[in-house]
Ligand binder design. Structure first.
Ligand SMILES: Nc1ncnc2c1ncn2[C@@H]1O[C@H](COP(=O)(O)OP(=O)(O)O)[C@@H](O)[C@H]1O
Ligand SMILES: [Mg+2]
Length: 234
């Protein structure tokens, strides 16, 4: 599904007279369909930056990100193919960050349904699916038509997750998606992700807690002094 070769990222801070900061050193890995690769390591070791390089938010300093696209065949996501990248983001690759980027005055259910409408699904059917998913994520029905801007951090995070999983992307990038959830909600989210994985979605994810990581990751790549992989015993 995805093959990352010799990826690295350094940041040049022009505001500090061109000071260079290492995001992460050379990283290589592959993820096959339906596989979950976990990224672990101390804060600042470059985990989020790797996801951003794959999603195309950051341009890597070295390396390639080969994605086996349904629409375009093999594409190097770090190769400057803007048009293809945008299409892949709309149809094949999802990203869920720690925080919901709240759109003002859009109801929770509409935030969740938007990716399905973009893909041309029937609106009333899509809305029913979104409501059912929110229900499953323990967002009470009375909140479905409310604006997420006023929601708690944990509720916003669940809206964010619902929006990312509802359209079943082929590759899903997860950056600490359960950080502000209580144990019960964390369990629900892990179950949802497991189901998605069983249906063939590949995932690369960062979790703030070891238990969540162990519950879902097939393999864990630990960042730190020279990135090394640890195979998780299943
Ligand atoms: N946009 C940026 N500009 C400058 N430095 C950055 C930027 N993004 C990340 N960094 C730096 O790169 C390093 C890795 O950050 P990050 O990928 O967020 O680590 P992690 O997710 O493992 O905590 C940190 O030293 C961070 O300060
Ligand atoms: Mg991070």
């Amino acid at each position: 599904m995805i093959e990352v070769n010799n990826l690295s990222k350094t940041f040049t801070l022009h505001i500090l007279g061109g000071k260079v900061i290492e995001g992460f050193g050379s990283v290589s890995f592959r993820v096959v369909p339906g596989e979950f690769l976990g990224l672990a390591g101390r804060s600042g070791s470059g985990k989020s930056s790797v996801l951003k390089c794959i999603y195309g938010t950051y341009l890597p300093t070295t390396g390639e990100v080969w994605f086996a696209s349904d629409c375009h065949g093999k594409v190097n996501l770090a190769g400057g193919h803007e048009q293809k990248l945008l299409q892949i983001r709309n149809r094949e690759m999802g990203y869920v960050s720690q925080f919901l980027r709240v759109i003002p005055r859009v109801a929770a259910v509409d935030v969740v349904v938007e990716p399905l409408l973009r893909l041309g699904e029937n609106p009333s059917k899509a809305r029913r699916r979104a409501s059912a998913l929110l229900e499953r994520l323990a967002i009470p029905a009375k909140l479905h038509d409310a604006y997420p801007a006023t929601f708690s951090g944990g509720e916003q995070q669940r809206i964010n997750i619902a929006r990312a999983v509802i359209w079943k992307p082929r590759l899903l990038l997860l950056d600490e998606p359960t950080a502000s959830l209580d144990r019960g909600s964390q369990g629900i989210v892990i179950d949802l992700l497991r189901e998605l994985k069983q249906k063939g979605t590949s995932m690369i994810g960062i979790f703030h807690d070891r238990a969540s990581m162990e519950a879902i990751a097939d393999r864990v790549l630990t960042f730190g002094n020279g990135s090394k992989t640890h195979e998780k015993a299943q």
